[in-house]
Design a protein around this ligand. Structure first.
Ligand code: ATP
Ligand code: LTN
Length: 329
């Protein structure tokens, strides 16, 4: 038996990390690094499902690595790497694609949403996106996958694919479990609080980027869409306020009840200013550390090269077994 469990997760290097990404995923990544074997990947191949400008893509990819590190991930403890540096991801993706049904992929809500938004580029990568994601995860015999709530359907498909492979070819993969925060698994858009906060949102006011200036964080939170109840309560009927309470609670560690009782009888203005200040304080060290990493690209290069080497070895172990199980000569 392996003593420590394996954790795998990743984000697509497009745009810039949001507070939703941090609270839903990266905060847990940091927590799990303490007593798990963790691999944190920058899933650059997934980003190609949307047309990317090569120069910009290169820059954003490096910037994501700096953002991972600035979020507090320790490159000595974790394997931090680019998906495209480990070709076994694509190899396994092909194999898993051959045991995944078109019907299963057609049911994926992310595919339906994204193909609806990009009508002029509904490419086959967008369709098989979840198979590559399953390959990412299964390649490392992953036990836990810390992600936000929006990835639930992809995770269920990954589990089905793993089980199917094991039944067809013999026990090979661990069947991974999803790991979400108790609160904050779905941070909502500040402008449409019934929709998730997303880094590809065209409305800049809808998202808080980890790299936003203090000024713009204050403005965005002050402009956040709320309601006319004027009661600070954590309930579905007040999605805007509920979302701000979630952010407040996630960053301070106070429970939802504690936040609600702290603001009993107070107006939205005060609550919004306080929430903005908490976010600003929280992100201050992040930004400083991000700048430092971006000024040290040699270090960044060392991190991803070491990460790729370590990941490659693990991936090749799994692939040797997969190829053998399937009868490849
Ligand atoms: P895009 O808008 O480009 O699709 P995204 O903001 O959804 O991007 P991803 O790179 O797809 O970001 O996701 C990285 C991680 O952040 C995933 O684990 C995802 O579940 C999580 N995540 C994304 N948005 C949120 C959110 N609003 N609340 C909680 N977790 C989130
Ligand atoms: N689809 C994920 C990103 C992703 C991922 C993964 C997350 C690709 N491969 C493996 C966890 C594990 C998303 O958040 N959009």
């Amino acid at each position: 038996m392996r003593e420590k469990k394996t954790v795998f997760s990743g984000a697509q290097p497009t745009g810039s990390l949001t507070l939703g990404n941090y609270i839903g995923a990266l905060q847990n990544w940091k927590e799990l690094e303490k007593d798990h074997n963790c691999l944190y990947c920058i899933v650059d191949l997934h980003s190609l499902t949307v047309r990317q400008d090569p120069k910009e893509f290169h820059k954003v990819s490096l910037s994501f690595l700096a953002q991972y590190l600035a979020s507090g991930l320790n490159p000595e403890k974790n394997i931090i790497f680019f998906q495209s540096h480990v070709p076994q991801h694509v190899e396994l993706s092909w194999i898993l694609g051959c045991i995944t049904y078109v019907g299963e992929l057609k049911r994926m809500t992310q595919f339906k949403d994204k193909s609806g938004q990009n009508r002029d580029n509904v490419n086959s990568g967008l369709f098989t996106y979840p198979v590559l994601m399953a390959a990412d995860i299964l390649l490392y015999k992953t036990d836990l996958v810390p992600v936000g709530e929006d990835q639930k359907q992809h995770l269920e498909l990954t589990r089905d694919i793993a089980t199917r492979f094991n039944n067809l070819y013999g026990e090979t993969f661990s069947v991974p479990k999803m790991y979400t925060p108790k609160i904050g698994a779905r941070i909502m858009s500040l402008q449409e609080p019934t929709k998730k906060m997303s880094k590809s949102d065209e409305n800049a006011n809808a998202t808080i980027l980890l790299m936003d200036s203090e000024d713009s964080i204050m403005k965005k939170i002050k402009r956040a869409v709320t309601d006319s109840e004027n009661i600070i309560a954590y309930r579905d009927e007040q999605p805007g306020i509920k979302n701000l309470i979630t952010i407040y609670s996630s960053l301070t560690g106070l429970s939802v009840e504690e936040v609600v009782s702290k603001y009993e009888g107070k107006g939205y203005g005060v609550f919004k200013t306080d929430t903005a200040e908490i976010v600003i304080e929280f992100l201050r060290p992040f930004k400083k550390s991000y700048e430092d990493y971006m000024n040290n690209l040699d270090f960044i290069e060392k991190v991803y090269e070491t990460g790729a080497k370590r990941a490659y070895e693990l991936a090749e172990n799994t692939m040797t077994l997969v190829r053998k199980r399937m009868g490849m000569v």
